[in-house]
Design a protein around this ligand. Sequence first.
Ligand code: TRP
Length: 341
Amino acid sequence: MTDRKRILTGIRPTGALHLGHYAGALENWVRLQHDYECYFLIADYQVSDYADDIPRVREAVWEVALDWLAVGLDPEGSAFVIESLVPEHAELATLLGWFLPVSMLERNPTLKAEMAAMENPEDGSTERKSVPVAFYTYPVMQVANILMPRAHLVPVGEDQLPHIELTRETARRFNRRFKEVFPEPEALVGRVPRLVGIDGNAKMSKSRGNTIDLKDDAETVARKVRAMYGGPPRAANEPGRCDENPIFLYLRAFDPDTGGLAELEREYETRGVPNKVLKDRLTKVLNDLLDPFRERRAYYQAHMRLVRDALASGSERMRRIARETMDMVHDALDLNYLEKY
Ligand code: TRP
């Protein structure tokens, strides 16, 4: 039991989770949850870009927890953690910040892209947001998240890789300079690192409004799939290229009948297949995937007290390991001032 390696991973509470989260990360969490000692974090310290919309954050804490339960994460085996209920994260981030050069943040491609998007919103709004200090330093908080339970593995979406690299670098520096405290954690990216949006855009993302959410009902999924971008215009029976049609990217990601799909792809490229046929197939595939999620979600939604207890006990479990780690850190840095006399 105690010799299992540890996973820490997390999500910011900013809204409901979608298929991109599932294929990019969550699926791995579910698959690995019994082989590792897992800490799943709701990163509510890292919502500085939503600081003027706390009602949304409060709501999303529950949405995220429900989505986790819906996809089959087991809160008995794994700890569901609310970051701010373990304030040691803030302390560790402060201490680690002593040793991280600003240049490492300046070079972080994910952070750079996010800050650029904040200052130049592409959603048509003319409002330029200035970047909060806490946004600039959130990767350090994320490093603290991962190092707190001394995690070995971090299953995440592709965009998080620079932060994991920063974590490895931080662990190496700390261990070399002070004491061997932190394992150097590995990243693990999901089967589908980047799922296109239903509009054919490069990435499924809430701010682009091109998601299929894990909590969407069957009707909503059918409607979204009907409206999906189906590649360059083409007569119904004109052959097309599968790679140019996002419907195929989705089928490749989620259709369990790979043999049938391969045949369909051949047919599409030789004789042509109407998008309607592809969309009907995709709707069924997605609803088959989501049905068990919906069932579990409905159960927990009717028993929110269980969700609450999962968050409370998971956060408490994290708190215990956090105190252990902070003792090791204080000791390594020789910060136990009061022990002198
Ligand atoms: N930054 C991650 C995201 O935006 C969320 C996150 C916070 C995280 N802390 C983490 C992911 C620690 C992995 C490990 O999705």
